[in-house]
Design a binder for this molecule. Structure first.
Ligand SMILES: Cc1ncc(COP(=O)(O)O)c(C=O)c1O
Length: 390
C-alpha cells in the first residue's frame, strides 16, 4: 500500500494487517505448491457446525426463511440469549437489552461507532486480540494499551489500568478467557475494573471454552454490573465462525442509538445465521461438551510437547484454545520467526507481535486442530529446532 495514496483515509491507513491471517494466506500459497502445512496459526475450530445447527440451516433454506429480520435480531433468539444468561450465570437480563450482530466483530463496530469522538481513548489489553486497536482506529479513536503482566499469569492489574484512565477514556476493554494468553480473570478483578468509573466492554467470546474447573470459571461482567457492554458470539464455542453471528448486551438506555447504527450500517444480522444460533442455544450443549473434552486433551498434548521442546510457557491455558509461549530464545522478532517456522518446518504459528508490543518475542499456538495434526506439528518443530539457529 502506498502510504501517501490520497484515496485512502488516515484511519484506513492506520489499520494494521492481521498477521496471523497473513501467515495463513502464505500457508495456502505453499499448499497450492503441494506442500503440506500443519495449521496452528488460526483461531478457528476445526470442527464442523453441530448437527442441530446444520439441520436448522437446511430447514430455514427450504422454508424460505432468508429475509431481513428485525434490526435488533429475532425476538425468539434474543429471548434464548437472555435465558442463556439465566442458565449459565444466574443473571436476569431483559431480552430488550440484546442486539444480535454480525459476529462479535459486528458488535464491536457498533460500540466504537456509539462511543467515540475523534481522539477519545479505549483502553485495551496488551497482549490482546490483534483487531481491537483497528476497531478503535477506524472510528478515529486512540487505542491505549494497558499492560497485562506475564509475571502474574496474565492477570489484569486494575491499579495499572486505573493509572491510564483520563477524561478521554470512553471504554475499558477486557477479554476473559483471553486471546492470546488464554488466562481467565476472577470476579474480584472484574469488580475492581468496573469500579474505575469507565464503561467496561467485556469480550466474552471464549466463555464456555474453559479448562480450570468450577473455581476458575469465566465470570461474565453482567454478574458484576448492569452498567457495562458485553459482546459474545457463536464463532468459537459453537464452531460457527463462517456464519457470522454474535450479540451485544447494552445498558437499556443505549439500545435505541445502537439500533439506529445497526439499521443503517448492517440492517440486521444474517437470518440464516440467526436460525442456526437459536438451534445452537436450544440443542447445542451436548456438542459443546464433546468439543470441550477434545480441546482439553489437545491442550495437554500441545502444552507438554512445547515445554519439552524448550518453549517457556508461564501460564497453562485456562480457557480459549491457545498456548502463548515465549520464543525469544530463538528469535526476538516473532514475525520473522513465524515466517521461518512456516517456510522451513511447514507449521503455521501466530507471531506474538500481532497481539501488541508486549507480546513481541512470543508465539501463539492454537490447539483448535486435531491431535494427529498437533503431534505432527510437534514432530516437525522437534526436527527443525536444531536447525533454527542456522
Ligand atoms: C477475542 C476475540 N474477539 C472477537 C473475535 C471475532 O469474533 P467473531 O467471529 O464473532 O466476529 C475474535 C476472533 O478471533 C477473538 O479472538
Amino acid at each position: 500500500m502506498n502510504p501517501d495514496d490520497p484515496r485512502i483515509s488516515t484511519s484506513a491507513r492506520q489499520v494494521q494487517p492481521f498477521l496471523a491471517m497473513e501467515i495463513f494466506e502464505r500457508s495456502q500459497e505453499l499448499e497450492r505448491q503441494g506442500i503440506d502445512i500443519v495449521h496452528l496459526e488460526v483461531g478457528e475450530p476445526d470442527f464442523s457446525v453441530p448437527a442441530c445447527v446444520d439441520r436448522a440451516i437446511s430447514k430455514a433454506v427450504e422454508g424460505g426463511h432468508t429475509h431481513y429480520t428485525h434490526s435488533l435480531g429475532r425476538y425468539d433468539l434474543r429471548e434464548e440469549i437472555a435465558s442463556y444468561y439465566r442458565r449459565r450465570y444466574q443473571v436476569n437480563i431483559d431480552p430488550g437489552r440484546v442486539l444480535v450482530t454480525g459476529g462479535t466483530s459486528g458488535a464491536l463496530v457498533l460500540l466504537m461507532a456509539l462511543l467515540l469522538e475523534p481522539g477519545d481513548e479505549i483502553l485495551l489489553p496488551n497482549p490482546g486480540y490483534a483487531c481491537y486497536d483497528n476497531f478503535v482506529l477506524t472510528f478515529h479513536g486512540k487505542p491505549t494499551g494497558y499492560e497485562v503482566p506475564a509475571s502474574t499469569g496474565f492477570r489484569y492489574d486494575p491499579e495499572l489500568i486505573g493509572k491510564l484512565v483520563n477524561k478521554r477514556s470512553k471504554g475499558i476493554l477486557i477479554n476473559s478467557p483471553s486471546n492470546p494468553t488464554a488466562a481467565v480473570q476472577d470476579h474480584n478483578t472484574l469488580e475492581q475494573i468496573a469500579a474505575l468509573g469507565v464503561p467496561v466492554i467485556s469480550d466474552e467470546i471464549y466463555h464456555g471454552l474453559e479448562y480450570g474447573g468450577a473455581e476458575a470459571r469465566a465470570v461474565s461482567m453482567l454478574e458484576v454490573t448492569d452498567d457495562c457492554f458485553v459482546v459474545d458470539g457463536f464463532s468459537k464455542r459453537h464452531a460457527m465462525t463462517g456464519l457470522r453471528v454474535g450479540w451485544l448486551v447494552a445498558p437499556e438506555d443505549l439500545v435505541a442509538p445502537l439500533q439506529r447504527l445497526q439499521q443503517n450500517l448492517f440492517v440486521c444480522a444474517s437470518s440464516l445465521a440467526q436460525t442456526a444460533a437459536i438451534a445452537a442455544l436450544r440443542e447445542g450443549e451436548e456438542a459443546l461438551t464433546a468439543m470441550t473434552e477434545q480441546y482439553k486433551r489437545r491442550r495437554e498434548v500441545l502444552y507438554n510437547g512445547l515445554l519439552e521442546l524448550g518453549f517457556p510457557i508461564p501460564c497453562k491455558p485456562m480457557g480459549a484454545y491457545y498456548i502463548f509461549a515465549r520464543a525469544d530464545h530463538l528469535d526476538g522478532d516473532s514475525l520473522r520467526l513465524a515466517k521461518r517456522i512456516l517456510e522451513e518446518a511447514h507449521v503455521g504459528v501466530a507471531p506474538g507481535i500481532d497481539f501488541g508490543s508486549r507480546a513481541e518475542g512470543w508465539l501463539r499456538f492454537s490447539f483448535a486442530n486435531d491431535l494427529e495434526s498437533i503431534n505432527e506439528a510437534l514432530q516437525r518443530l522437534k526436527k527443525w529446532l536444531p536447525r533454527s539457529e542456522g
